[in-house]
Design a protein around this ligand. Structure first.
Ligand SMILES: Nc1ncnc2c1ncn2[C@@H]1O[C@H](COP(=O)(O)OP(=O)(O)OP(=O)(O)O)[C@@H](O)[C@H]1O
Ligand SMILES: [Mg+2]
Length: 168
């Protein structure tokens, strides 16, 4: 994993590159150690770039033994670990009403950690304080650029703390 720091000196974001799915799982595992109840993470970026792989790492880090699979067809899967994990996939959501129908608020404002693949599709109904993690292909087959950006004040100090643990 290569830590790239803050692009364009944007204080609210930092980037890194992983070179294999295993490294992305490991990144998720590390970050899971810092997560707290009520955290909402939006996973965005390119199709097939690594959101579910990263989610597996988060689950492992939360002590969840189940095999994490993409919740695409059912929108939400829940797991129980150190904290409950609510794994959403908004890919097939056509409008925010569909998301409202599944009672998403109970989860997002509940006692666990929410991971929302394709969160950008429902951005307007997400809480103000979210961490957005975006995944992009690179020239090399197994490389992915991963960009962390926080919205709202809640994440700032916390993100700085674990950003340090990712630096060389
Ligand atoms: N560095 C890497 N990090 C993550 N995945 C990688 C990496 N290199 C290769 N891969 C491969 O890329 C694919 C990522 O698939 P994954 O299902 O996680 O993507 P996704 O973003 O969830 O897709 P979707 O947009 O369909 O939800 C996997 O097949 C994985 O093995
Ligand atoms: Mg996925």
């Amino acid at each position: 994993m290569i830590y790239l720091g803050c692009p364009l000196s944007k204080e609210s974001s930092f980037e890194l590159v992983t070179s294999s799915p295993e490294e992305t799982v490991e990144l998720g595992r590390t970050i899971a150690g810092y997560l707290m109840k009520g955290d909402v993470i939006s996973l965005s970026g390119q199709l097939g770039a690594g959101k579910t792989v990263f989610s597996k790492g988060i689950a492992i880090g939360l002590g969840i033994d189940d095999n994490i699979i993409s919740p695409t067809f059912i929108i939400l899967r829940t797991y129980q670990g150190r904290l409950p994990l609510y794994h959403f996939d908004a890919y097939r959501i056509n409008n925010t009403e569909e998301f409202e129908e599944i009672g998403y608020k109970e989860f997002l404002y509940g006692g666990g950690v929410s991971l929302i693949e394709w969160g950008e599709k429902i951005q307007k109904i997400l809480p103000e304080d979210i961490l957005e993690i975006s995944f992009y292909y690179q020239d090399k087959l197994n490389e992915r650029k991963i960009i962390f950006k926080e919205y709202g004040s809640k994440w700032k100090d916390r993100r700085k703390e674990w950003e340090k643990s990712l630096q060389p």
